[in-house]
Design a protein around this ligand. Structure first.
Ligand SMILES: Cc1cc2nc3c(=O)[nH]c(=O)nc-3n(C[C@H](O)[C@H](O)[C@H](O)COP(=O)(O)O)c2cc1C
Length: 111
């Protein structure tokens, strides 16, 4: 089991619709590939925890790292873990209109 945690800065203005578009794609794919963890967005910054098969996580991170929607992608932690720390995949968006975190559910029927 492999875990990778990074932070990054959004390049574009990530309003809720843009985050939802990203969330809809990533959620279904991550579940399909057995990836658990979370993606959080607040004040222009992302924080993501990815855990799963080492090869799958490394392949995905190589894509994420060069994704033009964000920059300053910086790994906080990377390595083997004995067991998953997260039981599922979660996505959270800090909504400035309500001053609360919106927990985004992904469309499981896509799987
Ligand atoms: C902040 C951020 C987080 C992302 N997280 C994921 C993710 O968890 N899973 C995923 O499949 N793609 C994620 N992506 C999208 C990937 O960068 C990439 O666009 C996606 O994997 C599609 O790649 P492909 O169609 O070339 O295979 C993320 C993108 C950004 C900007």
């Amino acid at each position: 089991m492999y875990q990778l945690i990074y932070v990054s800065s959004a390049v574009m203005n990530f309003a809720r619709p843009e985050f939802m578009e990203l969330a809809l794609h990533t959620g279904a794919r991550n579940v399909k590939f057995g990836i658990t963890g979370m993606l959080v967005f607040k004040d222009g910054s992302f924080m993501q925890v990815l855990e799963g098969n080492e090869e799958i996580i490394k392949t995905l991170y190589a894509k994420i790292e060069v994704d033009p929607r964000h920059t300053l992608v910086s790994v906080i932690h990377e390595g083997e873990i004995s067991m998953r720390e997260y039981g599922s995949w979660a996505m959270t968006y800090f909504n400035h209109d309500t001053e609360q975190y919106d927990h985004i559910a992904y469309p499981t029927q896509v799987l």
